[in-house]
Design a protein around this ligand. Structure first.
Ligand SMILES: C[S@@+](CC[C@H](N)C(=O)[O-])C[C@H]1O[C@@H](n2cnc3c(N)ncnc32)[C@H](O)[C@@H]1O
Length: 208
């Protein structure tokens, strides 16, 4: 019964994304699978852009940031599926998993993206990095970090750089939590509901 329900849901999701998106996602998954066997990160990374609604929303939301969008930093960038699609002259992708970063760099050879992928988290931004960051993206991992950890990293980041906008997400099981934290760091300018995973994406203006 549960399997039938899951299958029906998968068909419904596939329908909403469209046949073109589904075939792109399946092709990329097949091409990535051997690399996943090499790097062995979370299986989550095989979940493709073309059939993941919040990733599409994140790219669209990034392009809503008022110009200029010169510098974008994605913390917890994974394979860079979102960052690679954000149009900005300087893009820095940080991820705490070195294997994921190696995989992202390997994929880059095929996509010719110029994203600067680095292993690490907020701490690995150095004084040599831009002082003004137009957008910081942190999606899909704040839900398992403690409030204090997030607050501490955000306080340090905002004290050392001028960050114009921040994009974060919140899962329905933690409704109000991320929003409660970020309301202290900026002004919410956009909030979008993701029909697929049920989460909410927030865009905060932090330099106002
Ligand atoms: C679910 S994936 C999401 C990847 C990407 N943000 C996306 O939405 O496509 C979460 C990523 O966050 C990374 N991560 C977890 N904790 C982190 C931390 N403290 N600093 C930086 N990255 C972290 C994980 O290694 C993983 O690649």
């Amino acid at each position: 019964m549960a399997t039938m329900k899951q299958l029906t849901r998968k068909v419904e999701v596939a329908r909403r994304h469209g046949a073109g998106s589904v075939s792109k996602a399946l092709t990329l998954r097949a091409l990535r699978f051997p690399l996943w066997l090499v790097y062995r990160p979370e299986k989550w990374h095989l979940r493709g852009f073309h059939t993941t609604n919040y990733k599409k929303m994140a790219v669209a939301l990034a392009h809503e940031v008022p110009a200029p969008l010169n510098v974008v930093v994605d913390v917890g960038c994974g394979l860079g599926e979102i960052l690679n699609r954000v149009d900005a002259p300087r893009r820095i992708g940080l991820d705490v998993e070195p294997g994921v970063i190696s995989w992202a760099r390997l994929l880059q050879r095929f996509t010719r993206s110029d994203v600067e992928f680095r292993a690490g988290s907020f701490e690995s931004l150095t004084p040599a990095d831009p002082e003004v960051i137009d957008l910081v993206i942190a999606l899909g991992w704040f839900h398992y970090m403690a409030d204090e950890w997030i607050e501490d990293r955000m306080r340090t980041l905002l004290a050392t750089r001028r960050v114009r906008y921040v994009m974060v997400d919140e899962f329905p099981a933690q409704a109000g939590r991320i929003e409660g934290i970020f309301d202290d760091f900026g002004e919410p300018v956009r909030r979008c509901h993701d029909w697929q995973d049920g989460k909410t994406l927030f865009l905060y203006r932090c330099d106002g």
